[in-house]
Design a protein around this ligand. Structure first.
Ligand SMILES: *Cc1c(COP(=O)(O)O)cnc(C)c1O
Length: 425
């Protein structure tokens, strides 16, 4: 697979290189220079989940990894299903939250971990990341138990939810969690300082497991095919997919699936009040505003970093950008949507509910709708319970961890202490 830097087209790398490097020159994103299309989608959809993932990834990566290698990797990474739940005869939810950290980021994170493990060739690797909650959990679980890879996650002490903390600070083994006596920005600054320290970088094989890593996106392509495979042929020929969007990685993956021949009629990019993209689609002007805190906080992004990939894809495929549906929801509308879904018999959290509401408003006669449920309702327990006025249960992965002891180390925001810790593991 050949990829080019969207900011410096002459910088071209293989998939392996793009995964190891994360970003190109000047923080440019890597983008595939060719997306292969399947002629016989029905035959592909007839395959079981893992063999289908291996086949479509082998094609997308242009056999840089063999189908057999990919089969092993996806079997280890995707250890949970992506089922459809029917909300009405015209609308289904694609549930992407059955992984260990209850959000769709488990798909990308776990496949990226498989890639990094494979490409490190047994050399010692240290993944260092700072988190305000979600990413840290997904990264920690994705690498848990892997040989020669250590993960260190920094987080602001007392500033993430107790449940979040239980989810990834109870693992132990190759996962070290550090509660820093400072805020998230200070944690991030310590991470940055580590990456600027060449001697440290070399000594411990530092890598970042970055959220814009191309391996995450290719992994996410797989569940769009899995969704279509669960629909009838007639349904999937009329498919409209609504994606709750923050950094627009999920939408990028869906568009790649369409470019590979999956018959998706159109997409809806649904956002919360952080609506830089919907405003851009309406006016043609890119005018980010300060980020606002909302009920759907994983989408509180005003400068979505995957957007250049979306535009490049529309451009190279010759699709008009006006084909992309859009929709913006306030918190009050989001709460109404959570209630409406509950009335329809489906408990959903705010992110998925935003996608649902926009889908119901924009679905035309004869079309079949799919919305992405990006997190388990329990992951946003407080807001869902407040909106619905009743308690919702904890799913097993969280319930199992709730009684375990926290294993985090505590540390002031002091780089020298972090460096010492990194060198000692
Ligand atoms: C990350 C996240 C999103 C946004 O996905 P993008 O790929 O960044 O657009 C939506 N919902 C949840 C629950 C998330 O964690």
């Amino acid at each position: 697979m050949n990829l080019y830097n969207l900011k410096h087209n002459e910088e071209q790398v293989s998939f392996t290189q793009a995964v190891k490097q994360g970003l190109g020159k000047q923080q440019g994103l890597f983008f595939p220079d060719n997306i292969p299309a399947f002629d016989d989608i029905d035959a592909l959809l007839d395959l079981d989940f893992h063999p289908r993932c291996a086949k479509l990834l082998a094609a997308l990566l242009d056999n840089e990894l063999s189908e057999q290698e990919l089969l092993e990797m996806v079997t280890k990474a995707f250890i949970f299903p992506a089922p459809l739940a029917e909300v009405s005869d015209k609308i289904s939810a694609l549930e992407l939250f059955h992984g260990p950290t209850l959000a769709f980021k488990d798909f990308g994170g776990r496949f990226m971990a498989q890639c990094l493990a494979k490409f490190s060739n047994g050399n010692k690797t240290t993944i260092l990341t700072a988190t305000s909650g979600d990413t840290g959990a997904a990264v920690a679980h994705a690498f848990y138990g892997m040989e020669n890879i250590n993960v260190v996650v920094l987080y602001p002490k007392g500033k993430i939810s107790p449940l979040q903390e239980k989810l990834f600070c109870t693992l132990g083994g190759n996962i070290t969690t550090v509660a820093v006596e400072a805020d998230f920005d200070a944690c991030q600054a310590m991470v940055k300082q580590s990456f600027d320290d060449e001697a440290l970088k070399q000594a411990i094989g530092l890598n970042s497991a970055n959220s814009i890593n191309i391996s995450r996106l290719v992994a996410q392509v797989c569940y769009y095919f899995e969704a279509a495979a669960q629909l009838s042929k007639a349904q999937r020929e009329q498919l409209v997919v609504s994606v709750p969007s923050g950094n627009f990685g999920n939408l990028t993956a869906g568009l790649i699936a369409k470019a590979m021949g999956l018959p998706i009629k159109r997409f809806i990019a649904a956002t919360n009040a952080n609506d830089t993209v919907p405003r851009y689609l309406a006016s043609g002007n890119w005018e980010p505003k300060p980020t606002q805190a909302t009920l759907s906080n994983a989408m509180d992004v005003s400068q979505p970093n995957n957007w250049p990939r979306v535009e490049e894809l529309f451009k190279t495929k010759g699709w008009p950008l006006s084909d992309l549906g859009k929709g913006v929801m306030s918190d009050a509308q989001t709460a109404e949507a959570v209630k409406a879904l509950d009335d329809a018999g489906y408990v959903c959290e705010p992110h998925g509910a935003i996608a649902y509401q926009q889908l119901t408003e924009q679905l035309a006669e004869g079309e079949q709708g799919l919305f992405l449920c990006t997190a388990h309702p329990a992951k946003f327990k407080e807001s869902v319970e407040e909106i619905l006025g009743r308690e919702i249960g904890l799913p097993k992965p969280l319930a199992d961890r709730a009684d375990l002891a926290l294993l985090s180390k505590e540390m002031p925001a002091d780089f020298a202490q972090l460096r010492e810790l990194l060198m000692s593991i």
